[in-house]
Structures are given as structure tokens and as C-alpha cells.
Design a protein around this ligand. Sequence first.
Ligand code: ARG
Length: 497
Amino acid sequence: MENKEDILRRGRLAAEKKKEVGEFTASIPADRWLFPSDLLVDKAHTVMLARQGIIAKEDAAAILKALAAIEQEGVDAVNIPAFEDVHMAIESKLIKSVGENAGGRMHSGRSRNDEVATCIRISTRRELLGLMADLQDLRNALLAMAEDHKETLMPGFTHLQHAQPTTLAHHMLAHASSFGRDFERLADAMKFVNISPLGSAAFASTGYNLDRELTAKLLGFDRPMDNSMDGVSARDFILDLTSRMAIIEVNLSRLADELVLWSTSEFGFIELSDTYASTSSIMPQKKNPDVLELVRGRSGTVIGHMMAAFTIVKGLPYSYNSDLQEVTPQLLRAFEITRSSVRIMTGAIQTITVKKDEMRRKSTMGFTTATEIADTIVRSTGLPFRTAHGIVGRLAREGGNPSLADVDRASVEMIGKKVSEMGLTEKMVEEAKDPWSNVERRSIIGGPALITVEKKISSERKKGLLDAAMLSKLNDSLEAAYRNLDQAVRSMTEGHS
Ligand code: ARG
């Protein structure tokens, strides 16, 4: 059946789409995500068409007013499911509202190919700035925890075996460092996102004299993309961002995994706030870290979205193919999951209870001071490290916590000489066994010593402030661009009531 009101199909196609086909080709969640961006693109394109004399000022004014009304009514009023996509839904509503003689001119010199590519970049930019702000909160939560626990001793692990004493601050600052790099990676990604495909049309650009610099500027882009085929075909910014988000998710997952472990009776290092925990439907005593388990689990989902995006794009010829529509939801879901996971992790960190005494008690369990005893033997006797390593290794077989006499016995077994006769004293051994002294000795760059951790906290805070300033500059310049676009729209609609 033919539908003469279908502005897209009434020309070329004689029959209406089957319902099942319509449902199959739709991408509603992504289209809803693109709705506000599409209105911006429509406005900027219309202003530019009128300024270039491609459409009449009166027609532009009518279009812009109708777009404002559509914006007012919101995404539900355009009824996306009744159309092929959000672009057709908006254009159809526009034409219905102002008539085809004006409304039918908006799409001059444009294709949905450059339109959607531009919309995705605008929505992406918004999410990217949001995710950067979310990450800032997480970094600050980790720094606050580090500040509170500069002297909270704990065992550090390698191979998940007790290894050496450190502090909770040192451990949390490690995570703060990786999220700091994640932030940097996002900031760096912006330059690949913030370029405008608008004006590329289907792929070969257009014979209309479009001002691509103007639309780019009105939409807050750095510049127009300078190859129209690239403009509509490129989705590498999505591959890039989903990869960067997959890295954030892996970093979150590792932290979540530690917190899950630390909340067990075996570790007993922390207790999650009740507001970030669940219980069991059968075992009344249970307090489960579901929230963090899901943070850990969803990293798998985001990696899946990244893989999906890569796999969809991989074999595609230039320029536009509908396969590309399937990429957008991967990005959108990756943003949703990554942003909510970062925020959930921030809240969990802010409300955690640290069981300092248990952490301190376990900081020496498993002979974690063995390395320092070996180092002390080296420093006091001049023996090679490998020899000292062997002596202390023997003591470990006996369970650790050696006295000077124990060390002597082991050294006699190893080298036939007593280390006490070569300069090692009881006091030195006692000091080497003290976990706080282990920490304090490690004061070179990057170590857990109080002074080093304080320096690290202050450099992280400084970096955080610079990053915050950069972020608000990005937000400000975007807002300024939108204000400028609003102004351009207003000056075109005023006097045309
Ligand atoms: N909904 C489409 C997408 O997301 C818009 C572009 C459609 N272009 C086309 N030639 N069918 O990619």
C-alpha cells in the first residue's frame, strides 16, 4: 500500500514497509539519544541556508519556530517509532506543522548520512564531558581516602600473597593514578570527536554553496572535516572512545575486585555501607557486595560493546552503509555503563568503613618484612643481596619473626659465618621487622612513606585542579557556542511572527 504522507517513501517506493521490517530497521534508544542533537543540527543548518541565500529568510524563520515548538514538546511527541528514524520523524513533524513549501526546504544540501554523523558527535561530546566530570569525582574520592589513611598499615600483595607492608593511602593512590590517566585519555579523545561532518551530504558534498565553517562554529566544533567521504564514513572516534572506556572499565573492575575480596571474612579489611550492599533471600546473615560485583561484571559488557563496534565497522566499504546505524547503540550503552559504574564506585568509596586494626594486624602476616631484613643485612654487613636473600629465605621456612640469634643460625648454615659478627645488631633486626619502619624507609619517588605519599596527594590534587579547569573551559566554550546559535536563531525569527 502506498502512503502519500510518507515524505521519504512516497517518491521511489510504491508499497509501505512491512511492520516487521520497520521494527527490524529501527534504532529507537539511539534515536532518542540523538534527538536533542538533531534539533541543534537542524537549527544550525537552517540558519546557514538562509544566510547563504539558499532558502528565503521567511522560510528559515518558519522552520526555526517549528523546530523550537518540537523541542518544547519533547522527544515523545515526535513519535520516532512511526518513522524510519529520528531524522525523518522530526522533518515530518516540521512539514506537517509549517507546510512543505517552507519545511520541505530544510534538508537542502544535506543527507541523513552527514546529519547522523554530526548528531552522534554532538551527543558523544556531551557524554564525554559528563564522563570526565564523573571521573573527577572518583579521583577526588580516592584522594580523600588516601588523605585519611596515610598511616593505615596494610599488607601489599603480589600473586595475591602477602608481600610487603604498605599503607592504604599508597594503594588508593595507585588507583587514583590510573583513573588520572583515564581522564587524560578522554581529554585527548575530544579532538577526534569535535570535528564537523555537516555539509558532507551523502558523501560527495553538495553543489549548494554551504558554509561549512559556519555550521561547525554554530555547533561548537573545532572545524569542518575536510573530506566529505571521510565525514560520513568515519566511525573511528567511536572505536577510539569505546576502547578508552573499556580501559576505564578494566581499571574499575580491578578496584571492584579488590574491594569484594577485602570485604570477605578472610580479609576483613573493609565493610561496605549498607546503602551499597545487598542481602540473601535465604541466608539472613548475608551482606553481599552485589554493587561492586556488577561494576566488575559490566566491564565485560563494555568490552563487548567495544568488540561489537570494531566488528561491525571492520569490513565496510566507504561511504555510508546502514551497518553504521548498529554502531551507535554500542557507544551509547558503553557510555551509560561506564558513567554509572564510575559514579557507583565513587559512592561506594565515599561510604566504606576501613577496619584499620585488622589491616595493621595483617600487615606483617606472612613474614612481609623479609625483604627489609635482607636489605638490612646487606646494608650492615656488606654481603651481596642474593646471599642475604638466601639467609632470610631459610628463616621464612621457620615462619618468620626471627631474632638476631635466628638470623645468625641461618647465616652460619648458608655461609659459615654469623652476621652479628659482621655488623648486624638486634636493634636493626627489630627495626626491620617493624611494618611502619618498612614503610617509612621507602621514601624514594613513588614509595609508601608518609612524606612521599603526601607529595603524591598534593601533586594529584594539583593535577586534578588543572584538569577541572580544562574541563570547565571545554564546557564553557560549548555553552558559548550554543548561546551563539540561539542568538542566530533569534535574530532570524524576530520580526517574522
Ligand atoms: N538512522 C540512520 C543511522 O543511524 C541515519 C542515516 C540513514 N541514512 C541512510 N542513507 N539510510 O545511521
